[in-house]
Write a protein that binds this ligand. Structure first.
Ligand code: AMP
Length: 472
């Protein structure tokens, strides 16, 4: 769960990079960073905090250069330490190298051991540094960056969408299963952007061209774009949780507007278990498009029962139980007039530990709700994610050892219904064999120690072709 972006501009790339990162803020709030190159020198700035906290006008004006990459981080692997803030910057031979990664490798340990044996030194605990080291190592040997990336891809197991700045060129690539999203677009006069989500392209007034294909390398510089398809794969494994929760609703992924998918999920939630109630309310903000779809299908009035304070800082400290309660009250406020004496359908995207649902149902009851029906836009989450979404262990996942009725009891809801996997897949409109549903099924698309695998075959078919913009 991170956001990445790469930009080639005619003027300074730092300002569009900043706006693109702003649009990707939902993908990570721990830290942000930008690296740029002006043809002669490299500039970099990164820090812990939100994009708006890490950068200001002065910092941006110091980040000169027509090309650059950026990152917002949500820690999944590696501790939340300043040295883990991305992009990672290296210098070797006479080259400058900056890398930003979204995803999670499952063979980091083995790779670290292998490359430590070869004399590589690691200064962080992240898998991103392992990717960087493997590429740098192979590049040193072959002196051909594309070959180095191909050799690296052969070694990596896991999810990775990467933007790599090597001097005046960006290499953007995505793992062979396409687990994490990455897309390409243009803005201004033939300027280029690659980003985790299309909202970053929208933010700088650009146009989405297409997704970067799984197993593809896009090479982008001032002269344009070229593409090399490195791998072919029997099936892809796009992360289903991007559609359920993680991506912004106004993003287009694999040609599908996420908002419409969530509206459909909401409609199917009603069709699968039609009930009557006085109002449908989202759990803000993740349940909003689901609740709109539910209300449209059921003709039950859409009315918000809870208001979210959008200005809750990440830095809000919650040391004691009393402070925790205050924090929650500041974050979410029930609209009592909408709730008192009414039966309410509450819609959220997922139940992970059950904490949010339990708390919100309690809040609704305290506000006088007659009935609280909870509807969830994902099937029960029964297994951890090893591929980039921050999910707890099985022990902490409420649905890993409780059935739906037990979870309903635990959150004190009048009724509880989860969307079925069939309806969810139908709403997304991608064949189930092309999705990673590890968290919902406990079966993963690649080998993970101690877990069962519904593995895909990956062939390396390195072929290179030049593409003009018109052929995108
Ligand atoms: P929980 O309270 O642990 O059951 O978490 C469920 C709530 O957290 C839902 O309201 C989701 O919108 C949100 N959520 C789901 N997955 C994640 C995640 N990986 N990181 C942060 N929040 C999440």
């Amino acid at each position: 769960m991170c956001g990445i972006v790469g930009i080639v501009d005619a003027g300074d790339a730092s300002v569009p990079l900043y706006y693109a990162l702003y649009a990707l803020q939902h993908r990570g709030q721990e830290s942000a960073g930008i690296s740029t190159f002006d043809g002669l020198r490299f500039y970099k700035h990164k820090g812990q905090g939100l994009v708006g906290e890490v950068f200001n006008e002065e910092v941006l004006s110091g980040l000169r250069g027509f090309i650059g990459v950026g990152h917002v981080r949500y820690p999944t692997t590696g501790a939340d330490l300043p040295e883990n803030v991305q992009p990672f910057n290296f210098r070797f031979k006479d080259h400058f190298f900056s890398i930003a990664h979204n995803g999670n490798l499952v063979n980091t340990k083995e790779l670290r051991a292998e490359f430590e044996q070869l004399g590589e030194i690691f200064s962080t605990t992240t898998d991103t540094e392992v990717i960087a080291s493997v590429i740098a190592h192979e590049y040193r040997r072959s002196n051909n960056i594309e070959d180095a990336i191909v050799l690296c891809m052969r070694k990596l197991r896991g999810s990775y969408a990467v933007v790599l700045l090597l001097d005046d060129t960006i290499y953007a690539f995505r793992d062979p299963l396409g687990i994490k999203p990455l897309c390409y677009g243009t803005f201004g006069e033939d300027h280029h952007i690659v980003a985790s989500e299309s909202v970053a392209i929208d933010a700088i007034g650009g146009t989405l061209t297409r997704d970067v294909a799984p197993g593809e390398i896009l090479t982008i510089d001032r002269n344009g774009v070229s593409s090399t398809q490195i791998t072919a794969c029997s099936n892809k494994a796009h992360c289903i949780f991007e559609y359920i929760y993680f991506a912004r609703a106004d993003s287009v992924i694999e040609g599908r507007l996420v908002y419409d998918i969530r509206r459909k999920i909401g409609a199917y939630l009603y069709e699968e278990d039609p009930i009557s109630a006085d109002l449908v309310s989202p759990v803000p903000d993740s349940g909003t498009s689901l609740a709109i779809g539910y209300a449209e299908q059921s003709h039950i009035p859409y009315r918000e029962a809870l208001m979210k304070n959008r200005y809750m800082g990440r830095t809000f400290i919650k040391p004691s139980q009393k402070d925790r309660e205050t924090a929650t009250r500041i974050k979410l406020n029930p609209i009592r007039d909408h709730i008192r004496g009414r039966s309410v359908i509450l819609i959220d995207d997922s139940i992970v530990r059950g904490t949010t649902s339990r708390h919100i149902v309690e809040m609704m009851r305290e506000a006088g709700a007659a009935q609280v029906h909870v509807r969830i836009g994902s099937p029960p989450i029964i297994a951890p994610c090893y591929l980039g979404v921050d999910m707890p262990t099985r022990e902490e996942l409420i649905a890993s050892d409780k059935d739906v009725e037990e979870v309903r009891e635990s959150i004190s809801a009048t009724s509880l219904h989860h969307i079925s996997l069939e309806s969810l897949v139908e709403a997304i409109g991608i064949d189930i064999g092309e999705l990673c549903i590890g968290c919902l099924s406990g079966q993963y698309p690649l080998t993970i120690e101690g877990e069962s695998c519904f593995c895909r075959n990956i062939d390396f078919v390195k072929g290179s072709f030049q593409v003009g913009l018109e052929s995108f």
